[in-house]
Design a binder for this molecule. Structure first.
Ligand SMILES: Cc1ncc(COP(=O)(O)O)c(C=O)c1O
Length: 385
């Protein structure tokens, strides 16, 4: 059993989640629950593989290991029931870089990109920074579930709409799109000849009772418009090793993305990312299974405690990820009031306004941490009340 209860102090480890946020807030006293990485050690198999790479002592240019594609194929087959063709896999350093290159490859300045709100901000920025417009239809809540309104979206697009960016499972709402929803999105893109960039980076975090379906499993012409991105980074908490990949079934699209990767000279892998790929998908499935149970327990803990200490906060239904999407509108009169309360409690997370214009006074709270850290969060809330 992995000991997810182990509390590890990450302050002064140059952690983006802890140190960058502490520096911005001017204090090391905060509990950081913002940036989506977790306070858990990676699987021992990965740590051992990285040690081997360090002990080897030469850190020259790297070509992908011979098993790079093998692991991805095995993972998609065993975890998601999809056959991935070896030639459709393309190495990329980071999912957000891949998204940016996809925007460059398949649209021109002045074209528009669809990205549902609330959104993971870097995916908005890759379009804006490349001089594209972003169409940001807000997800709509129906029977407690966030859904896309594709009929409304039909009225928002035009001939210059070239790409849809779909985050699946969705960050920050945690939605895991159903087969029917994926088929409807696929149909929409096919009808309008829109390239579909699907970011499946959170696909391994599935709450008990839910099932993730990959866009790679949706049959038909969408496969010729699909650029699917994924990485082992969230699953095994190894974001700092910077390795990710694309699955692009269509050869022309794949060639266009490879040209973009060459343009920025992103053809050689990182020593550590490459090393971990040898074992992550081959040997570490047990880790994510145990982690999913632990996260389910963390959610249950937070729900029980929030009912007691912040009874008007509404934790939205979690389907996947290790995030809670919380509506504080009944608890606090404004986002400023919400943030000031949590500043007083020395707890930091990302407010709704971080994820676009439509969800003020919401919060995305990262529960990828030991239960004891969550207990400390609750203690601090109680003290601050
Ligand atoms: C939806 C989503 N995509 C991409 C990323 C970042 O991926 P990468 O570090 O590979 O660019 C994150 C990180 O939080 C994310 O939540």
């Amino acid at each position: 059993m992995v000991n997810f209860d182990e509390v590890i102090n990450r302050v002064d480890s140059d952690s983006f989640k802890w140190d960058a946020a502490n520096r911005a807030l001017g204090s090391n006293d905060y509990i950081q629950m913002g940036c989506a990485d977790m306070d858990f050690k990676a699987p021992v198999e990965i740590i051992e593989e990285l040690k081997k790479a360090v002990e080897f002592g030469i850190f020259g240019y790297v070509t992908q290991s011979k098993t790079f594609e093998e692991g991805i194929i095995k993972w998609y087959q065993e975890r998601h029931g999809v056959e991935i063709a070896k030639q459709s896999i393309v190495y990329t350093p980071k999912v957000v870089i891949a998204a940016s290159l996809c925007v460059e490859a398949f649209s021109r300045p002045g074209d528009s990109i669809i990205l549902n709100s609330p959104y993971y901000p870097p995916l908005d920025e890759v379009s804006l920074a490349n001089g594209r417009r972003v169409i940001e239809p807000p997800l709509e809540e129906r029977e407690g579930r966030y859904v896309m309104n594709l009929e409304k979206l039909e009225t928002m697009i035009d001939s210059k709409t070239k790409i849809m960016i779909l985050v699946s499972p969705h960050n920050p709402t945690t939605r895991i799109w159903t087969q029917e929803e994926l088929e409807q999105i696929a149909d929409f893109c096919v009808r309008h000849k829109i390239i579909l960039f699907v970011d499946e980076i959170h696909s391994d975090f599935v709450k008990s009772g839910h099932k993730f379906i990959s866009m790679a499993a949706i049959k038909g012409p969408i496969q010729d418009l699909l650029v699917l991105a994924n990485a082992p980074s969230k699953t095994f908490n190894v974001m700092g090793c910077q390795i990710s990949y694309l699955i692009i079934p269509n050869a022309k699209l794949r060639a266009a993305m490879s040209t973009e990767l060459d343009r920025i000279a992103a053809y050689d892998a990182n020593t550590f990312g490459n090393a971990l790929m040898k074992v992550a998908y081959q040997k570490c499935a047990y880790y994510i299974d145990e982690l999913n149970s632990y996260i389910d327990g963390n959610e249950e803990f937070m729900r029980t405690q929030f009912k007691r200490v912040l009874p008007k906060a509404i934790i939205k239904e979690r389907e996947g990820t290790y995030l809670l999407w919380v509506d504080f509108n009944e608890q606090f009169s404004s986002e400023a009031q919400m943030m000031s309360f949590f500043r007083k409690a020395k707890i930091n997370f990302l407010p709704g306004s971080h994820f676009g214009p439509h969800f003020h006074n919401f919060a995305r709270i990262n529960i990828g941490c030991p239960r004891a850290t969550l207990q400390e969060v609750i203690n601090r809330i109680e003290q601050a009340l």
